[in-house]
Write a protein that binds this ligand. Structure first.
Ligand SMILES: Nc1ncnc2c1ncn2[C@@H]1O[C@H](COP(=O)(O)OP(=O)(O)OP(=O)(O)O)[C@@H](O)[C@H]1O
Ligand SMILES: [Mg+2]
Length: 277
């Protein structure tokens, strides 16, 4: 039988886990912020514990951490994607409004906070229709308006030059890297202000990976970007801030250069050095 003391000891260790989380000062504009965000699936142990993270506008923030540490759980929650048996406590403040509330229009939130997944998921439609599909479902546009949105979204996603002469071609005929940039363009067409990317380059070759990274860096002048990655070089290259997740806790959150050169918590330095995960 496990002694009661052992249990108390393990709970204590969990509570006393060392953390260092910066809070943005008032001079930093916040695009989105969580307060004590806690998530559990099917009544099991929390996949995310009391997470308090604020994301600066027009910056790129990387979420890093071992498999199962809660990165995707956190990212999906910002897009209000959760299954039936998911319990979500705490707040997600977006423009000062708590969007973790049943009265919130989820579709409107998802338009403003776009999400791109690990595997490119274009619709089985033409390049052009991939971008216009969601738009035409919600409002009337003229052909000229749609042409303009298609062009500007593809330009922002650095895909225009490669596809401008074949917009009626099936999106599925594009390469993986092109498909991923098309999916980014599709999200941009809805004029979001935040882009969430869950390992957007992990299924791509090195050249496509570089193109997606360049696209992210170019986009940050207009968007706030939060990106999950297992690629430490990528996090160091593209992001301004980095949050390190471990077993459902944010252990450390700081400027990327601090996380990678002189982290404050030993667990962070072990992880970025590749000692586990
Ligand atoms: N839909 C779900 N239903 C039940 N449990 C889930 C679900 N999604 C995630 N979990 C559990 O929540 C925990 C965190 O998972 P999550 O997918 O957020 O991790 P992650 O950090 O994104 O991992 P990876 O790097 O492998 O993508 C894990 O224990 C996982 O098994
Ligand atoms: Mg994940």
């Amino acid at each position: 039988m496990v002694s009661r003391n052992k249990i108390v000891e393990s709970i204590k260790n969990e509570v006393e886990i060392e953390k260092y989380v910066i809070n943005l000062s008032s001079k930093h504009q916040r695009a989105i912020e969580t307060k004590d965000l806690t998530i559990s699936y099917n009544g099991k142990k929390n996949a995310l514990n009391k997470t308090n993270l604020a994301f600066e506008t027009n910056k790129i923030t990387s979420l890093i951490g071992a498999s199962g540490s809660g990165k995707s759980t956190f990212l999906r929650s910002l897009n209000l994607i959760h299954g039936e048996n998911t319990l979500i406590g705490g707040q997600i403040l977006y423009h000062g409004v708590n969007i973790n509330d049943p009265s919130i229009d989820k579709f409107e939130v998802r338009r403003r906070i776009g999400m791109v997944f690990q595997r490119p998921n274009p619709f089985a439609k033409s390049i052009y229709n991939n971008i216009t599909f969601a738009l035409t479902q919600r409002a009337k546009y003229t052909k000229n308006q749609l042409d303009e949105i298609v062009e500007s979204s593809l330009k922002q996603a650095a895909l225009w030059d490669q596809v401008k002469d074949e917009l009626n071609k099936s999106a599925l005929s594009l390469s993986g890297g092109q498909q991923q940039r098309l999916v980014i363009a599709r999200a941009l067409a809805l004029k979001p202000d935040i882009l969430l990317l869950d390992e957007p380059a992990s299924a791509l070759d090195p050249k496509s990976t570089m193109q997606v990274e360049e696209t992210m860096v170019n986009l940050k002048k207009d968007y706030t970007i939060i990106v999950v990655t297992h690629n430490m070089q990528q996090a160091a290259r593209v992001s301004d801030y980095t949050a390190f997740f471990h077993m459902g806790n944010v252990i450390e959150y700081d400027l990327t250069r601090k996380i990678f050169t002189r982290p404050k918590v030993k667990l962070t330095s072990d992880y970025v050095a590749g000692n586990f995960g």
